[in-house]
Design a protein around this ligand. Structure first.
Ligand code: WT7
Length: 655
């Protein structure tokens, strides 16, 4: 990124100070930064006391074999006990854990006592189906309470789950089930989406059929959500109603080692193969719990919290299922889309449930900006006290709109930077302590050490840009890539020896505040979802009409980035018209999922490559963003860009 581009992004000079009343009663005080910096490991040992340990740990961090960390060595605990049972034991059994709101308007409140019974029943049912500690379970569900129950039941048994986003295709599901050898899949007949039932079970059937004899899956458990016709494979498939609802609510949780695997979450990397990010038990839960109560200033007796993320992403794991329940929060869980049955649905839910803490993504905020501020203005949003943002850089305009029109110009906005790999928040203002600049994640949280470095790994001065790195291990860090320690080392720890490289560019402004500038690798961020350019390229070339493909992320007003593809057709495919372009877009949706569908596919005669054969995506991005094409002198054939831009003026090549 050029210096001018960096300066344009990080130009905001407004500052919002923490509101005085919030600051006076904040969970975290200003001295926390210093205390943590003076004794980082002591600080995390103190935060680990937010959890209940069956066996106390004897060492905070074992970093004798970097980059393989062990946190809270020797400690033993059960995650589900920490997230559910202990709250019931502490007299909070009647506290609502989840206010579930279904898209069709059905509601269901689940107290902590009820959640304990449901999680115990599901744990007994999974045991009955042969699941033991260490076995993997795949979860492919809509946003319904059973998704939370299933995850906590797996955690209770020490059986790592891998949740696959319900919007992913059967092929994506198959590759994840195969990679982690899942023994059981938990799914539903379907879920409600935009006012209609949308089937899920057929995708599971297709995935398992694709795996054929190699399928590791012994059983499929099916939740009845929509009641639609569902094929059942005798012997393999079981209804949730039959196995869970009839199981005993008595289940004694076993304590597991602090480093016992908790889950595998697949995310896109720079190659075609998704990476299974492994998170473990004690450190992960400690940092989720601590950041939840620090960044959202969560007050157990009065707050109602709502995170709109899907359970299929890491945000749903850390900030719906694990962090908030560890702190006995009361939450909203909503199944559907923000515009069903009307564009005020979210604000209606906030008013109805008295939501105080709200966490969503910049892409959603920009969509609401487009719909107009009149819509939220119709609802009483005065219960809100803190707003959060996650998933991509939030542009200052969206930040200020969010604060003004949703937060009534009162609420701090916490811009939380983190990743699937980091497991929990790493950078964010603290709402009662840190003054916030719109568009900046500001600084590392207490106990976290980040830096912005240049190409050679040297810290940059204030006012300069570089790469964001994490310089010390942290409790909720990924432990490896499932089954591939080498890839773990190469991907994260090789670029700058000894430190973790996150893949993001960043700038330190004149005051030392950090601004995230987005990915510097071949990873795109579309609506806060991570997509890999090469994953979409391999989906495109798997179509018989495509000879070669190059994908770039182009700036998009609503989704942050949008997928733009350039394809060279095989001769047999002819010139390629609108029909073929439409077919290629659906092909990508089928291979990966609708979120990966290119916004635009351009048919081109050639692609810009360096002499070593590397595609120069920078030049294609210029085309995709309608800019004049930049320096093309390092191309093997410098006339290629002229051919591409000339060809694109023909109407049939775009959409
Ligand atoms: C990438 C991680 C974190 C959970 C959701 C996405 C970008 C995330 C921010 C933020 C600027 C952000 C980064 C990061 N990102 N939050 N507050 N400001 N960028 O998780 O799919 O693992 O993606 O999302 O580029 O590397 P993910």
């Amino acid at each position: 990124m050029t210096q001018t581009a960096i300066d344009n992004l990080a130009h905001e000079d407004r500052i919002f100070e923490p509101p005085a009343d919030l600051a006076a009663h904040a969970n975290v005080k200003a001295d926390e930064y210093e205390r943590a910096a003076a004794d980082r490991l002591g600080f995390w040992a103190e935060k680990a006391q937010l959890l209940t340990w069956e066996t106390p740990f004897t060492e905070v961090l074992d970093w004798s074999d970097p980059p393989f960390a062990k946190w809270f060595v020797g400690g033993r605990l059960n995650v589900a006990y920490n997230c559910v049972d202990r709250h019931v034991e502490n007299g909070l059994g009647d506290k609502v854990a989840f206010h579930f709101v279904g898209e069709p308007g059905d509601t269901r409140d689940l107290t902590y006592a009820q959640l304990k019974d449901e999680v115990s029943k599901a744990a007994n049912a999974l045991t009955e189906l042969g699941v033991r500690a260490g076995d993997r379970v795949a979860i492919y569900l809509p946003m319904i309470p059973e998704a939370v129950i299933a995850m906590l039941a797996c955690a209770r048994l020490g059986a790592p789950h891998t949740v696959v986003f319900g919007g992913f295709s059967s092929d994506a599901l198959a590759s994840r089930v195969e990679d982690c050898s899942a023994k059981v899949v938990i799914t539903a007949d379907g879920g409600y989406r935009r006012g209609a039932p949308s089937a899920l079970k057929p995708a599971v059937d297709a995935a398992l059929e694709k795996l054929g004899d190699a399928s590791p899956v012994e059983h499929v458990v099916v939740v009845r959500r929509t009641g639609q016709d569902t094929a059942i494979v005798e012997g393999r498939d079981r209804w949730w109603d039959d196995v869970v609802d009839t199981a005993s609510p008595e289940h004694t949780p076993e304590a597991f080692d602090s480093e016992h695997p908790l889950y595998v979450m697949y995310t896109s990397g720079t190659t075609g193969k998704p990476k299974g990010i492994l998170h473990t038990t004690g450190g992960y839960l400690t940092q989720c719990a601590y950041t939840f109560q620090a960044v959202f200033d969560h007050k157990r007796d009065t707050d109602v919290y709502w995170c709109t993320a899907d359970i299929g992403w890491v945000t749903g794991h850390s900030y719906i299922v694990y962090g908030p329940t560890a702190m006995a929060a009361t939450q909203v869980l909503y199944e559907g889309t923000p515009d069903t049955p009307h564009k005020g649905r979210w604000w209606e839910i906030i008013a109805d449930k008295g939501v105080t803490l709200f966490y969503t993504a910049p892409t959603a905020i920009r969509t609401f900006m487009k719909w107009g501020r009149e819509i939220p203005a119709k609802y009483d949003l005065s219960s809100l006290r803190i707003l959060g943002s996650v998933g991509e850089p939030i542009n200052p305009e969206a930040y200020v709109w969010y604060r003004t029109h949703i937060g009534g110009d009162r609420t701090p906005v916490v811009d939380t930077w983190w990743q699937t790999e980091t497991g929990a928040h790493m950078m964010s203002p603290l709402p009662g302590v840190t003054a916030a600049k719109p568009g900046s994640a500001m600084a590392a949280l207490p106990g976290i050490a980040v830096d912005v470095v240049d190409d050679t790994g040297k810290s940059v001065a204030n006012g300069e840009g570089g790469y964001l790195v994490i310089t010390e291990p942290w409790p909720s860090m990924l432990r490896t890539i499932w089954g591939d320690d080498e890839r773990y080392k190469d991907t994260y720890w090789a670029r700058f020896p000894g430190v973790y490289f996150a893949g993001d560019g960043a700038k330190r402004d004149e005051d030392g505040a950090i601004w995230i500038l987005g990915r510097v690798d071949d990873v795109m961020n579309v609506s806060g979802h991570r997509l890999s350019t090469s994953e979409i390229e391999s989906a495109l070339v798997s179509h018989p009409a495509v000879a070669e493909a190059a994908v770039v992320g182009a700036t998009d007003e609503t989704t942050g980035q949008a997928v733009v593809a350039f394809v060279i057709l095989r001769e047999s495919a002819g010139e390629g018209g609108d029909d073929l372009v439409a077919e290629l877009r659906s092909h990508v949706a089928k291979e990966i999922g609708p979120i990966a569908k290119p916004r635009q596919i351009m048919v081109v005669p050639d692609l810009p490559k360096t002499r070593s054969g590397k595609i120069m995506r920078r030049l294609l991005r210029d085309v995709a963003e309608n800019r004049e094409v930049g320096d093309a002198t390092t191309l093997a054939d410098s006339s290629v860009m002229d051919l591409i831009t000339a060809g694109l003026r023909k109407p049939s090549s775009g959409e």
